[in-house]
Design a protein around this ligand. Sequence first.
Ligand code: 4NP
Length: 154
Amino acid sequence: MIKVLFVCLGNICRSPMAEAVLRDKINKQGLEQQITVDSAGTGDWHIGHPPHEGTRKMLDTHVISYEGMAARQVLSEDFSAFDYIICMDESNLTNLRKLEGGIEAVIIQFMDLLPEETLREVPDPYFTGNFEEVYELMDAGCDVLLSKIVKEKL
Ligand code: 4NP
């Protein structure tokens, strides 16, 4: 089983959007026995909370399930439990690197999946209010990520 973890700051806006979008693509390709997805935040403020209303609205619009999803904080064990850790911005990466434990997972900045975009970090819709923009980035980037995983691991 290939395990993917998306990481953002609060685990209520960007990384749960990515989790739900990638899982939907995995299910549509019939790869659910081969790839699993999770998400976590570097911060602890929203532990146990469901995705933000803005994220839920975008997922509802695109008929993508977020059933049962609840925020959690990233753990040092995640570095050995996951094959790929995908973070949303520079500060997520800095915070991840502060966590103890030998790094085994491949760590990727989400926007490196989309080199043609001028944005190099996924803008935080908790502050910008632009959940549509994040959905479009997640949709495009998760296509690239899924192809990459299939090519590298399956
Ligand atoms: P996220 O957005 O990292 O995309 O989940 C945020 C959610 C909550 C906070 C910051 C960013 N916060 O400060 O509570």
